[in-house]
Design a protein around this ligand. Structure first.
Ligand SMILES: [Zn+2]
Ligand SMILES: [Zn+2]
Ligand SMILES: [Zn+2]
Length: 137
């Protein structure tokens, strides 16, 4: 068992289950955002509901965050270290490759700070970059 997996489960006070460990391993090795379907395919021991529930738990705990990439399919990526149960702090852009359909976090590109545009209240901002990734160029 990978130490990082144990460390993450411990930090977020989650009991170790084979499903949680397996899903974390997939996220740790992925280097890209993963959708529920991709996870299901790689986690043949888990049914859809379990995969869905585990994703929800991880998101609520601050382990993974949503990476909205314009495809309409929800993808998730590992959080930066400072997320917790109460708030996500992943204010970075996401890049979606139009060729290979890969979505990655761009931690080095922060989301600009925007306050009350024309009286609207902003709760979330998503910054999506799309184009061709390094591999597909
Ligand atoms: Zn987060
Ligand atoms: Zn690509
Ligand atoms: Zn991200």
């Amino acid at each position: 068992m990978d130490n990082r997996i144990m460390e993450i489960l411990h930090t977020y006070s989650l009991r170790k289950t084979p499903i949680r460990a397996q899903m974390l391993e997939l996220f740790l090795n992925a280097n890209q955002a993963l959708g529920q379907q991709e996870l299901e395919l790689q986690m043949d021991t888990a049914d859809r509901i379990t995969v869905y529930r585990t994703l929800r738990t991880f998101e609520q705990k601050g382990i993974i965050h949503q990476a909205i990439d314009g495809t309409g399919k929800m993808k998730y990526a590992l959080c930066e270290a400072n997320c917790d149960e109460h708030a996500h702090h992943d204010s970075h852009a996401h890049f979606h490759c139009e060729v290979c359909n890969k979505t990655v976090c761009m931690e080095q590109i922060p989301i600009p700070h925007i306050t009350n545009p024309l009286g609207y209240q902003v709760h979330q901002i998503h910054l999506l970059l799309s184009g061709t990734c390094k591999t597909c160029q």
